[in-house]
Design a protein around this ligand. Structure first.
Ligand code: FMN
Length: 200
C-alpha cells in the first residue's frame, strides 16, 4: 500500500466490555428458524457497508454481494427443486431448501478471485470468508441473528448457473438474516489447549 492511498487517522481500539460480552456469546442462528421482521433497506445498506470493511491483500475487494429478498429466493428454490432430485440424498437436498426460503433476508457472498495476480487466489478467498463473518457481526450489531451456510446448491454446476455465479467464482456463503423466537443453544467449542501453542 502506498502512502497516497491512506486517508484520515482512525481511532485506536479501546477496551469494550460490551463488545467482549457480545463476542463471548455470539452464535449462528439455525437458518430455517429465522423469521421477520428483517432489516430495512437502510439497515441492509449498513450491514453491507460494515461487512465490506474487511481485510484483503492488495485492495482487490475480491467478492461481491447479491441481496436476495423473499421473492427471488422463492423463485430460486422452485428452480432448484428438480436439481435436488439429482443429489446424493434427494430428500435432504429438498428439505434444506427451506433454509433458503425461510429467512426474511439473505445475502449471497460470491468470491471473485483474480487469477494470475501476485496476491494468491487462496488469500483472496480467505478475504471472502472474512467478509461473511463480518456480515454476521454487522447483522448482530444491528440486533439481528444471522447464519452463514452454503448447502449443495453452492457447489452444483447447474445451481451455480441459476445463482448467476460465473466461471472462476465461488459461493463463499449465504448470510441469512432475521429474528429468532428462541435463543440459540450453545454448541461444543474447541479445547484451546489442543489448538494453541505459546512460544516465548
Ligand atoms: C463456510 C461455511 C459453510 C457452512 N455450510 C453449512 C451448510 O451447508 N449447512 C448448515 O446447516 N450449516 C452450514 N454452516 C454452519 C455450521 O454448520 C454451523 O452452524 C456454524 O459454523 C455454527 O457456528 P457458531 O456456533 O460459531 O455460530 C456453514 C458454516 C461455514 C463457516
Amino acid at each position: 500500500m502506498s502512502d497516497d492511498d491512506l486517508g484520515q487517522a482512525l481511532p485506536l481500539p479501546v477496551p469494550s466490555a460490551e463488545m467482549q460480552a457480545r463476542l463471548t456469546v455470539r452464535r449462528s442462528a439455525p437458518a430455517q428458524a429465522l423469521t421477520g421482521p428483517g432489516p430495512s433497506p437502510a439497515e441492509i445498506g449498513r450491514i453491507l457497508e460494515l461487512g465490506a470493511r474487511t481485510p484483503d491483500h492488495g485492495k482487490l475487494f475480491p467478492w461481491r454481494f447479491v441481496v436476495m429478498g423473499a421473492q427471488s429466493r422463492a423463485e430460486l428454490a422452485a428452480a432448484l427443486l428438480p436439481l435436488a432430485d439429482r443429489q446424493a440424498d434427494p430428500g435432504k437436498a429438498r428439505k434444506v431448501l427451506s433454509k433458503l426460503t425461510a429467512p426474511p433476508l439473505s445475502i449471497l457472498v460470491v468470491s471473485t478471485p483474480v487469477e494470475g495476480h501476485k496476491v494468491p487466489v487462496w488469500e483472496q478467498q480467505l478475504s471472502a470468508g472474512a467478509v461473511c463473518m463480518n456480515l454476521e457481526h454487522a447483522a448482530n450489531a444491528l440486533g439481528y441473528a444471522a447464519s452463514w451456510i452454503t448447502d449443495w446448491y453452492s457447489y452444483d454446476p447447474q445451481a451455480l448457473a441459476l445463482l448467476g455465479v460465473a466461471e472462476g467464482e465461488q459461493v463463499a456463503g449465504f448470510i441469512h438474516v432475521g429474528m429468532l423466537a428462541e435463543p440459540p443453544l450453545e454448541r461444543p467449542r474447541p479445547d484451546m489447549a489442543q489448538k494453541v501453542v505459546w512460544r516465548p
